[in-house]
Design a binder for this molecule. Structure first.
Ligand code: ADP
Ligand code: GLC
Length: 471
């Protein structure tokens, strides 16, 4: 089958979180399974752009309301990522350094989607599936079906994957003029709660809707930022497919970011060496259990409870644990972590920012990974942690609930708790510190986790079946 993935992120070109990882890996494994998979994304000004070779594939023009724009589609020439990669350039809109966070993000991503359908309608052949990811691409299924100029695309089946329903891309009705000549009778297919809602529109218009774990799919029906009724109504076409991880990028035996590699057999010594190098760099004691947090410092991740939870755990364990935090996000949370560095020297340290290399070293060197997430559609961090023999300490929600089994259960290897609260995190750290003393138990859990199969190879088939159901 020929599958066109449309996304705002794709690792290693541009990644703000797990969406980038998924769109950088799923197409690669679809190609390995015998499909033709292509990725189309905006052309940001990233390092990857400057370091690789490109050819111009197409030049076109369209309108965003009254604004006429020209766009260029470029293609990476060497198949470096294992799939065809196309970037759409729109001067003045997409050519920025960051993926998100600009005042005109609505215009940027709407124009990107218009350019995409405009370009696709010039193709002589039709792909078998257009697979869109998250709200930045949520208007594509609507435009393919109900914009007069793109009528040619109306028979191509679409799949929409929700990686995060917290963000929906709502815009006022005044912006409906951005959407190229469309069938006004279909207004309801754009609308949710009196606004144009790209996420809701995609749920209504796409042939199938998926999200990235079974539990999150269930949660959306009672907690999805106001879209609960829609998920209930559309439940017949919605399903959960758990994300995989790219075992080639995330392999402790070959990881290019690590200096000390290890495997299931050498996990205890291998992790200890990685831990020593991390602890040396951050002034922590490698003899104590090392807890890490890696992620966006936002409410969804319950990052704001961590400063107090860590302080409380340091107090309760009498300084018997060390902590290292990597992340960026809300200023107050960043500030709270920075304020802890001096008073808790030797026990706590933090890097505020985004650092791919350090994140790999932390998965490899840590004993425990903290994830108190309030909302976690899938969560890749815990799966990376497991692959690197790091015990996940997670709140029972979404994908965390589907991938982590508490060590109190048969074949358990992680720690689960129910509330995103200081006391639950503190208590769970206490459980972790106790089990850390039992070296044999730790080794058994590590070896067990490392062998769990979260590979994309075993997940790709589920998407194939879904696509086939639409042919
Ligand atoms: P989300 O997409 O909600 O942020 P995921 O668990 O799906 O959460 O994926 C997060 C991805 O982003 C992981 O690959 C993680 O290692 C990475 N990541 C998050 N924050 C940082 C950071 N500050 N530095 C490096 N990598 C990070
Ligand atoms: C989102 C979710 C995260 C998920 C990722 C990839 O960013 O917050 O839980 O793992 O997308 O699907």
């Amino acid at each position: 089958m020929e599958i066109i993935h449309v996304s705002a992120e794709c690792y290693p070109i541009a990644k703000a979180g797990g969406l980038g990882d998924v769109v950088g890996a799923l197409p690669k494994y679809q190609v390995k399974a015998g499909h033709i998979a292509k990725v189309v994304m905006p052309m940001y000004r990233t390092k990857f752009l400057y370091e690789n070779e490109w050819t111009v594939d197409f030049k076109g023009s369209s309108n965003l309301g009254n604004w006429f724009f020209e766009y260029t589609v470029i293609k990476e020439t060497t198949n470096k990522l294992g799939f065809d990669l196309f970037l759409i350039d729109i001067n003045g809109l997409l050519d920025r350094q960051k993926v998100y966070g600009y005042d005109d993000d609505t215009e940027r991503f709407t124009a990107f989607q218009i350019a995409l359908v405009n370009w696709m309608s010039s193709w002589e052949h039709q792909p078998d599936i257009v697979h869109c990811h998250d709200h930045h691409t949520g208007l594509v299924p609507f435009m393919m079906q109900y914009c007069y100029d793109y009528n040619k695309l109306s028979h191509i089946p679409t799949v929409f994957t929700i990686h995060n329903a917290q963000y929906q891309g709502q815009m006022g009705w005044d912006k409906s003029r951005y959407i190229p000549r469309w069938d006004l009778w279909k207004r309801g297919m754009l609308e949710w709660a009196d606004t144009i809602n790209p996420l809701a529109s995609a749920v209504k218009c796409a042939g199938k809707v998926t999200t990235v774990s079974h539990s999150y799919m269930d949660e959306l029906r009672y907690n999805s930022n106001g879209m609960e009724k829609l998920f209930e109504y559309e439940r017949g076409k919605c399903s959960g497919i758990l994300n995989g991880i790219d075992n080639e990028v995330w392999d402790p035996a070959t990881d290019k970011y690590l200096t000390e590699h290890f495997s299931v057999k050498t996990v205890s010594e291998g992790k200890q060496k990685n831990k020593e190098s991390l602890c040396n760099q951050f002034g922590l004691d490698p003899a104590k259990p090392l807890f890490v947090f890696i992620g966006r410092l936002v409410g969804e991740k319950a990052a704001e409870i961590l400063p107090d939870a860590i302080k409380s755990a340091i107090h309760h364990t009498q300084g018997e644990a060390c902590f290292l935090v990597l992340g960026s996000g809300e200023t107050q949370v960043e500030w709270a972590f920075q304020q802890m560095v001096e008073p808790y020297k030797g026990l706590f340290n933090t890097v505020i920012g985004y650092d791919e290399t350090l994140s790999h070293r932390m998965y490899a060197g840590a004993d425990f990974l903290l994830m108190p997430s309030r909302v976690e559609p899938c969560g890749l961090n815990q799966m990376y942690a497991m692959r690197y023999g790091t015990v996940p300490v997670v709140r029972s929600t979404g994908g965390l609930q589907d991938t982590v089994v508490d060590m109190g259960e048969p074949d358990g290897f992680g720690i689960r708790f129910n509330h995103a609260s200081v006391s639950d995190v503190d208590y769970s750290i206490g459980r972790a510190v106790s089990v850390y003393k039992d070296k044999a138990h730790m080794k058994k859990m590590r070896q067990y986790m490392m062998q769990i199969d979260h590979s994309w190879e075993s997940t790709v088939d589920q998407y194939t079946q879904l696509y086939q159901s639409l042919q």
